[in-house]
Design a protein around this ligand. Structure first.
Ligand SMILES: [Zn+2]
Ligand SMILES: [Zn+2]
Length: 230
């Protein structure tokens, strides 16, 4: 069957274009998949393919959901930045943790003495940053309390590409917590938890991050008070 006649564009937009590969979505039986076009810094390709319904499209290019998230997270000036390895967990882990602790971090920030009537809580989307003297690639998301004077305090969650199982939480410039999520630890140890145990472990993990943030915010405020900065 010819779908496109002469005179019409040869290629429909990536969102609608039909491919010939089996869709990678679980239980989808379509064979209209196009491959995820993600190519990492070692020139390796993502091996998934997606039917029109299950693909994600960024700038008219087909991606799997995970890689679409990474491409979207890169700011326009980072377009030429080499993309993380296809199996690197850092961008998706940061995104996941940030969503999970979002309510807790907002509540903690609003409850601090840093929050004044005039201050606004601003969140920054996931982005790629280069940290330290070695310019390590890391992915981070942050929450800021800011007013017309500038940023009062900032909470950041980040994961470095070279150590993509460890979550770093910073309050201001200081490291408040550094931890490996329980589901990654379990996988590393080959453990199987019941759904209840797993849920409890995830809840404890979230609570320990929240506690670390609250304590670090209090510490930060004390230090600034001592220095006469607040
Ligand atoms: Zn599909
Ligand atoms: Zn992909």
């Amino acid at each position: 069957m010819r779908l496109f006649r002469r005179g019409e564009p040869a290629q429909p937009a990536a969102a609608a274009q039909l491919g010939t590969l089996p869709c990678s979505q679980w239980q989808c039986h379509e064979a209209t998949g196009l491959p995820c076009t993600y190519v990492d810094r070692r020139r390796r390709r993502c091996s998934t393919a997606w039917c029109p319904e299950h693909r994600d499209v960024v700038d008219d290019r087909v991606y799997c959901r995970r890689h679409a998230g990474i491409v979207r997270a890169l700011s326009p000036i980072q377009e030429s930045t080499p993309l993380p390895n296809i199996d690197n967990r850092a961008p998706s882990l940061v995104d996941w943790i940030a969503r999970d602790i979002d309510d807790d971090v907002r509540a903690a920030l609003r409850a601090t003495p840093f929050a004044s009537e005039a201050s606004e809580l601003v969140t920054d989307p996931v982005r790629l940053v280069f940290v330290g003297g070695e310019r390590q690639r890391a992915w981070e998301r942050s929450w800021r309390l800011a007013d017309h004077m500038g940023v009062a305090i900032k909470v950041t969650v980040s994961v470095e590409e070279r150590n993509d199982t460890e979550v770093l939480i910073r309050v201001g410039q200081n490291l408040a917590a550094r931890m490996v999520p329980p589901w990654i630890e379990q996988r590393q140890r080959g453990e199987q938890l019941s759904p209840e145990e797993d849920a409890a472990a995830r809840r404890r993990f979230r609570e320990s991050i929240a506690t670390a943030v609250i304590e670090a915010l209090a510490r930060e405020h004390r230090v600034r008070e001592e220095q006469g900065l607040v």
